[in-house]
Design a protein around this ligand. Sequence first.
Ligand code: AP5
Length: 247
Amino acid sequence: MSGLQGYTTEDILSELQRRYDCLSKPTGHYIFMGAPGSGKGTQSLALKDSHCYCHISTGDMLRSAISKNDPVGLEAKKYMDKGELVPDNVVIKLVENNINSPQCSRGFILDGFPRTNAQAKGLSDMLASIGKKIHGVFLFECSDAEIEKRITGRLVHAPSGRVYHKIFKPPKTPMKDDITNEPLIQRKDDTFEVVRTRLGAYRTQTAPLISYYDGLGLLHRLDASKPEKEVRSGIESIIVKTGDSPQ
Ligand code: AP5
């Protein structure tokens, strides 16, 4: 919520209540890793809401740059449309610009970053420079068949990043966002063909990071094929054990 104009008193009070409730939750810095469509974005938004962490999604930042036609977006689009990874230097810079912002004071979720060895090294350097550490890495595990069903049925509210699914999580009004009533879209890279390339990129370039974070004792495997609420309670129970006590 930014600026109070256009909000009812009930909206404002419920926002205050949400922020107050966050004060009793642990703080921490987490990475969400997993194949496309495994549910990282869905769980990030829930945790952003319940724990007041900031959500740093390189995919959302790149799509926002594309929609503004800025140079980073124009460069990234060439790769994203094909399902390939955007060059490391581009995404590292995006994360660097956001990771130490005031909105991240209670913690952050890195959704879809790092995705290569070079990005993991970039992250480690930036955390060292600001004196922060990673509290845990959640690995969302899900079968390819489930991923294809999820991705090809996904609907997105582009301005907020809210995600729906035609069957598993339909919006109240077809093709409209539940909160703003604005139109929902299907992502251009959410086709069978592009998903296969994205899965390939995940296996060859991102999956090697699993053993890296496991070796650091940070990895937590999640059965991401379970219903949304069960996945969420699994994440929350690990945050209780790994996060810092609220101050
Ligand atoms: P990005 O936007 O990060 O996409 P992704 O990693 O491929 O992940 P998705 O957003 O597709 O899926 P998700 O895991 O968030 O699933 P969601 O919660 O939406 O990246 C896109 C592109 O940008 C990349 O291909 C690359 O080109 C570029 N890029 C981004 N980061 C980069 C980086 N670091 N380096 C280089 N390039 C980068 O869920 C999917 C669907 O399933 C939804 O419909 C949802 O409602 C449903 N669903 C979720 N959970 C459940 C559940 N438990 N049960 C049933 N349905 C569920």
